[in-house]
Design a protein around this ligand. Structure first.
Ligand SMILES: NC(=O)c1ccc[n+]([C@@H]2O[C@H](COP(=O)([O-])OP(=O)(O)OC[C@H]3O[C@@H](n4cnc5c(N)ncnc54)[C@H](OP(=O)(O)O)[C@@H]3O)[C@@H](O)[C@H]2O)c1
Length: 275
């Protein structure tokens, strides 16, 4: 049976770089904009990747169900990498939560249905998920975002701020990974997340355009002394999907040049500046 690699958000940035790593099977990339998908499939094919696309929104349950049903007919599901996401810049709170958190939960639930022995699921989260402290009221809601009424609770907690929606969503991804680890384990499958720092992609460019000074400051505060490249994340994901990572599940890997460690210091410095 052919090995199938599904990369949501594979038409741009981190997802596209990850899709380039899977040359021993068929790679299916997804996204909402069809032309981006067509162009990216052409780029992947030129690099020798057996790629195709399925258009769809990760926050639409029917589309996600349809996606997995088509994928499971194609061969043996080797990996699911969820790189579809929005940054919150230019999207409102509800859209950000629906894509980054509810979409992640839908994807995990549907992936679990079709996961087999040795399927690896890698959820792309963010270092920003690590700035949200544990919260006994919100954490159960973040861990079950598809339950009735929970989206409304989270929207109220965001107080109209999409950056809070982004950070909460990314903590939610960490919590969802922990919650589903046992279920994937029963199938011989694994689930992990990767939390990138600042990675130079179209998404990071949008953030840089919105807050240029903050972005320059963050680079200065990154212990590795540089921003990340999509390649840095692809290296980690390639390893996590491989058999070399067969004992790694239920955890998050920060690939951030060390920046997360400095985020509390940065927040304190920014608060002082505003005084
Ligand atoms: N870049 C960074 O600095 C950074 C840092 C931390 C975490 N991350 C995370 O890394 C992931 C990838 O980010 P990136 O920087 O590679 O961004 P990007 O270049 O903007 O790519 C995002 C991808 O997601 C797809 N997408 C967005 N919304 C979707 C939806 N509702 N359904 C299906 N596909 C959707 C986009 O295609 P369409 O728009 O055509 O749908 C695109 O292919 C995101 O989860 C992001 O939060 C990025």
């Amino acid at each position: 049976m052919e090995k199938i690699y599904l990369v949501t958000g594979g038409s741009s940035g981190i997802g596209l770089e990850i899709a380039k790593r899977f040359k021993d099977g068929k790679v299916i990339i997804t996204g909402r904009r069809e032309q981006k998908l067509i162009d990216s499939v052409a780029e992947l094919k030129a690099l020798g990747v057996n790629a195709d696309y399925l258009q769809g929104d990760v926050s639409d349950r029917e589309r996600v169900k349809e996606l997995f049903s088509k994928i499971s007919e194609m061969g043996e599901l080797r990996a699911v990498v969820n790189s579809a996401g929005v940054s919150g810049v230019g999207d409102d709170v509800e859209v950000t939560l629906r894509i980054d958190l509810l979409g992640s939960a839908l994807l995990i639930e549907e992936a679990l249905e079709v996961a087999g022995k040795d399927t690896a699921v890698v959820m792309i989260s963010s270092m920003m998920g690590h700035v949200v402290p544990p919260n006994p009221q919100l954490d159960p809601v973040l861990s079950a975002p598809l339950e009735e009424g929970n989206l409304e609770i989270l929207m109220a907690a965001c107080k109209g701020q999409s950056d809070i929606a982004y950070n909460l969503s990314k903590r939610g991804v960490h919590l969802l990974v922990e919650k589903f680890t046992e279920d994937f384990g029963k199938k011989g499958a694994r689930i992990v997340s990767v939390s990138p720092g600042i990675i130079l992609t179209p998404m990071a460019q949008a953030a840089a355009d919105a807050h240029p000074e903050q972005m320059a400051f963050m680079k200065q505060m990154t212990p590795c002394g540089r921003n990340g490249e999509p390649d840095d994340i692809a290296n980690a994901v390639e390893f996590l999907v491989s058999s070399k990572a067969s004992f790694i599940t239920g955890t998050d890997l920060r690939v951030d040049g060390g920046l997360t460690l400095n985020l509390p210091k940065i927040a304190a410095m920014m608060a002082k500046k505003q005084d």
